[in-house]
Design a protein around this ligand. Structure first.
Ligand code: HEC
Ligand code: HEC
Length: 249
């Protein structure tokens, strides 16, 4: 089953409530259970802390796939470490480091990061690839971004997709695609999440990476920055939007 961005994120809200609840349960673990901060193996750490949102094997979860070698090579060890430790503010991605109010030690976070890279990564995968930067280096140009969206994205992402276009998409192995300009969807994702998906795609759902939206015409760093700036601007453009003002990054 594939959920739309919005329903997937709402699903995350629902499952994350009991999860955080659990961590506050009183009582000590039984004598045979290791103390939570002594669990060091990647599989258990991942299963207990990440799989509910990012999927059992690092994919097909409601949040972005981590078992994507292009993603892992692109984000790199330092970003993976930082994000896992500190979370992403104003989103459902929690902070895991004890210092940031989470439950994991630095060693556990390190084991998670090394485990993802060893298990799901491919060191050389980006060699000789001209990939956009991980983080945007400028604010982006929203007017250009609208044109980029029309050129690179709208053949799949449009609200009025007709039968012929839908059939074309199915023929290329893509599935029907939800709106990504819905303000309620955009309210729940960070600019970096949109940038990440635009650059590394969602291989398990046939969302192309930066090389595949227009075959033979990879997106440039500026095009990625501009299209994300335009998408973010859609958060506050809708007349019926009810988002808090603080969402105007
Ligand atoms: C060949 C078709 C295709 C093209 C071109 C395409 N996408 Fe996608 N995109 C998909 C599919 C398929 C999905 C996954 C299904 C879904 O989420 O509705 C997806 C998902 C997404 C998502 C996540 C939405 C969610 O539900 O979580 C974002 C964000 C996104 N695309 C952005 C873009 C941007 C930006 C562009 C242009 C730069 C683009 N896409 C171009 C097919 C495409
Ligand atoms: C309650 C759900 C939830 C849990 C649990 C969770 N994540 Fe996330 N994670 C998210 C969401 C949602 C995002 C996207 C946030 C955004 O909009 O930027 C995310 C983003 C990330 C990113 C950044 C992706 C990027 O754009 O570079 C990394 C890395 C990550 N998570 C790793 C982990 C790891 C490792 C764990 C377990 C220790 C974990 N997450 C647990 C929901 C979750």
């Amino acid at each position: 089953m594939k959920m739309s961005g919005l329903s997937a994120l709402i699903f995350l809200v629902l499952i994350s409530v009991p999860m955080t609840g659990c961590s506050h349960l009183p009582g000590k673990p039984g004598p045979e259970a290791p103390r939570p901060d002594q669990i060091m193996d990647f599989a258990t750490l991942y299963k207990e802390n990440c799989s509910a949102c990012h999927g059992a094997d690092g994919k097909n979860g409601a949040a972005i796939a981590l078992a994507n070698p292009v993603y892992l090579a692109w984000a790199g060890e330092d970003n993976l470490q930082q994000i896992t430790a500190k979370g992403v503010t104003r989103t459902l991605m929690p902070a895991f480091s004890k210092r940031a109010g989470g439950m994991l030690t630095d060693q556990q976070i390190d084991n998670l990061v090394q485990g993802m890279l060893a298990q799901w990564g491919q060191r050389e995968i980006l060699n000789n690839q001209n990939i956009p930067f991980y983080a945007a280096t400028t604010k982006g140009d929203t007017a250009q971004g609208k044109l980029v969206f029309e050129g690179f994205c709208s053949r799949c992402h449009r609200d009025d997709i007709n039968e012929a276009a839908a059939a074309d998409l199915t023929a290329t192995g893509s599935i029907a695609v939800g709106s990504i300009t819905d303000p309620s969807y955009l309210a729940l994702v960070s600019a970096q999440d949109l940038r990440t998906i635009t650059v590394v795609g969602m291989p398990n759902y046939k969302m192309p990476d930066w090389r595949g939206d227009v075959p033979g015409r990879p997106m440039t760093d500026k095009e990625v920055t501009d299209v994300v700036a335009w998408l973010i601007s859609q958060r506050i453009q809708s007349p019926d939007q009810t988002l808090p003002q603080s969402h105007s990054e």
